[in-house]
Ligand binder design. Structure first.
Ligand SMILES: Cc1ncc(COP(=O)(O)O)c(C=O)c1O
Length: 469
């Protein structure tokens, strides 16, 4: 939905929007929206209502769990599908529900989104496995970390695909290493699930993924729901992560009997329309075929990287050689030498109608590593940021493709990158030091023409431009 929306440019013209920020959130599948529309007349409380609509909605809601689980090949005899808000909440829940012991260790990677790093830090000693200059995980270091922490590692937590370089991790090989060391394997599939078929493999396979999480809003169903899948057994002991209605079998004034999962972990009234949207989006992805999607996105990535290499001053982070690109989802991080990343992102928006993202993409350590920041550079920037000056915020620009993007979208990006490299810039861009963002003087979008329902602030007052995922 909305992929042909016309947007204004700085010269007063309008062009169809090219959205290349699918790694953040994708547009909605029309099918998901339509199926939600068909469901809404029956929308009703689930699990406790006795009327026709409640019974229908309950069955629909239960079935959406099955659809979300089978999408990644989970065996639902022994595993449960828990609906959460998003991947971030899933990792927090998983970490909160572990029976941690003094000295426990979690091994994760330097590639992680903060969502698969910070939740673990609250409970255990976290070891971050390094990456090489291109951003690939150092497998040797991983094995050494397990050897050095024998018997203490509870989880190996790794992203399925990087939200910056697009590198796909060898998740089953990682799972084998984790299992042979008595640890659980968790995969953050937020960036993998929209792009590649996932199979967590049977529970008794050494490469089995014990826990996996993904977000609906990154797979064409942006209705505030995410998924956490893992063994029923894991969630069957101890107190639920969040308590309240829906998580109990019986409550006395002085005792509580918790329900079985997933109900035990889905406190409060659930997001039933979100679950319907997610399940419909999954059906759509399955009918198109994940392999067809992977092939199409691979064509876009190959074309984009080949053409980007011809842009003077272009710096591309992550894999760029043809033979490595099959192992990368449709995410490309780049810079043009001499052009601040925040300025480049603003130019793409107001001079070409292209939506991208810039900054550190909620993965600060990985971005700094790719930019080859030393300890001293890092410290200096941290001090500047803490003093309220984000001028030198580390970062890059990211173009991320969805299954609906096409070669023309990529060519629009390449065209503006060439123009920027030649210095053919129309706006007079001004830096806001506080936010680290650039915006052309005397220009703003007239958003209320497009969406008249709410009021809008001037764009330059948005201080938080760089910090969203
Ligand atoms: C790799 C990765 N993990 C986790 C997340 C967090 O996802 P959410 O914001 O849906 O919780 C993101 C979001 O960009 C991501 O790219």
């Amino acid at each position: 939905m909305g992929i042909d929306t016309e947007v204004p440019l700085i010269d007063g013209s309008r062009v169809p929007y090219v959205f290349l920020d699918n790694g953040a959130s994708t547009p909605t599948f029309r099918h998901a929206f339509d199926v939600m529309g068909e469901f809404m007349p029956f929308y009703s409380g689930v699990h406790r209502g006795t009327g026709f609509k409640s019974i229908l909605a309950t069955q629909v809601f239960d079935e959406t769990h099955v659809i979300a689980g089978t999408f990644v090949g989970a065996d639902l005899t022994d595993n449960t599908v828990i609906f959460v808000k998003n991947t971030t909440e899933a990792v927090n829940k998983l970490a909160n529900r572990c029976d941690w012991k003094e000295g426990d260790v979690v091994i994760t990677t330097m590639m992680e989104h903060h969502s698969d790093d910070l939740p673990w830090r609250r409970h255990a000693r976290v070891i971050h496995i390094g990456v090489d200059d291109k951003g690939y995980l150092d497998m040797e270091q991983l094995r050494e970390a397990f050897a050095a922490n024998k018997g203490r590692v509870r989880f190996l937590a790794a992203t399925g695909a990087s939200n910056i370089t697009g590198i796909i991790n060898p998740i089953h090989e990682l799972a084998e290493i984790a299992h042979s060391n008595g640890a659980y394997m968790f995969v953050d599939a937020a960036q993998l699930a929209p792009h590649r078929a996932i199979d967590v493999l049977p529970d008794d396979n050494p490469g089995h993924i014990d826990f996996i999480a993904y977000s609906a809003h990154k797979m064409y169903a942006p209705y505030g729901i995410g998924v956490l899948i893992g063994p029923k057994e894991y969630f069957s002991h101890g107190e639920p992560d969040m308590v309240g209605g829906g998580v109990v079998d019986i409550v006395e004034l002085d005792q509580v009997a918790w329900s079985a999962p997933p109900a035990r972990e889905e406190a409060g009234s659930p997001n039933v329309p979100g679950a319907v949207g997610l399940a419909a989006a999954i059906h759509m992805l399955q009918s198109v075929g994940m392999n067809a999607i992977a092939e199409h996105e691979s064509t876009l990535v190959n074309h984009a990287i080949e053409k980007m290499k011809e842009v003077p001053g272009m710096l591309i982070y992550g894999p760029v050689e043809k033979e490595e690109l099959h192992n990368k989802v449709g995410v490309i991080a780049f810079d043009i030498a001499g052009v601040p990343h925040a300025k480049l992102a603003a130019i793409l928006s107001v001079e070409a109608g292209i939506g991208v993202r810039n900054g550190c993409f909620c993965a600060h350590p990985y971005v700094k590593r790719l930019l080859q920041y030393g300890e001293e550079d890092s410290q200096k920037v941290t001090e500047e940021i803490l003093s309220g000056d984000r001028t030198n915020l580390p970062g890059m620009v990211r173009a991320s493709f969805g299954c609906y993007n096409n070669i023309e979208d990529v060519d629009r990006l390449i065209d503006i990158l060439h123009r920027v490299a030649r210095g053919e810039i129309k706006g007079d861009y001004e830096l806001d030091r506080r936010s680290g963002t650039y915006w052309p003087r005397n220009f703003d979008y007239s958003f209320s023409e497009y969406f008249p329902h709410f009021s809008f602030r001037p764009t330059r007052s948005i201080t938080n431009f760089n910090e969203a995922s």
